[in-house]
Design a protein around this ligand. Structure first.
Ligand SMILES: [Zn+2]
Length: 222
């Protein structure tokens, strides 16, 4: 019996974490318009910026139409900076397959007979839709500090903001936490002009500060 596609997800996730130095991976993650087989997040900003990169991999077990699978992988460019198709190929990808992937602009990860992964083709870098990428990162409990622009852990498991104090600077400083606050002026403007696509009750228009920036701000008190 052929192996299930889903059994390959953790294998590809482990490979992605190692080959791309991802500090966070996720498998079978539901997104607003689709579902991603494997997601990896890595730091790419060097020592001077907190930039991160989102990578999404579409995983197949070697039995589906290649151009269709490649096109599916390309679709993730609305969420991610790099997109890959990982496909089972005991003898590697054919030259024509590499040409198709290259033409469409998706990277290729080869899964061999022993489920060992290797990169055949690197993905180009894309600029995703900012809203969809930010939603994906928040689902993985990552949020951007508005001061130093680094991405920080904002919650645990199903709890979105457990690592943050809510609009209480004194509490955040004392507990050495980051902070979540809401921008009501911008929130009201988006409501007024109907640009908010999905109502999320009280948690709309939220912003974060990391614990390091909060600690610096704490010096203003003394
Ligand atoms: Zn910060």
């Amino acid at each position: 019996m052929r192996e299930k596609e889903q059994s390959l997800y953790p294998i590809v996730a482990n490979f992605l974490a190692k080959s791309h130095q991802c500090f966070r991976t996720a498998i079978n993650e539901g997104l607003r318009y689709s579902r991603a087989d494997v997601i990896g997040i890595r730091d790419i900003g060097g020592d001077l910026t907190g930039e991160i990169e989102t990578i999404i991999v579409e995983v197949k077990r070697g039995s589906e139409a290649f151009a269709t699978s490649s096109g599916q992988a390309f679709g993730y460019t609305v969420y991610a900076n790099r997109v890959y198709l990982a496909d089972k190929r005991p003898h590697g990808f054919s030259q024509e397959e590499v040409q198709i992937a290259n033409h469409l602009g998706v990277g290729l990860i080869c899964i061999d007979a022993k489920n060992k992964c290797s990169i055949t083709l690197t993905s180009p870098f894309y600029k995703p839709l900012i809203r969809l990428n930010a939603q994906l990162l928040e689902k993985l409990r990552l949020g951007k500090c508005q001061l130093c622009e680094s991405y920080i852990e904002i919650g645990d498991g199903n709890n979105r903001y457990t690592r943050l104090a809510r609009e209480r600077l004194d509490k955040a400083i004392n507990e050495e936490k980051g902070i979540i606050f809401w921008n009501r002026e911008v929130g009201d403007r988006k409501d007024k002009h109907g640009v908010r696509l999905v109502k999320e009750n009280s948690t709309y228009e939220r912003r974060f500060l990391c614990s390091d920036c909060v600690s610096l701000l704490g010096q203003l008190r003394s």
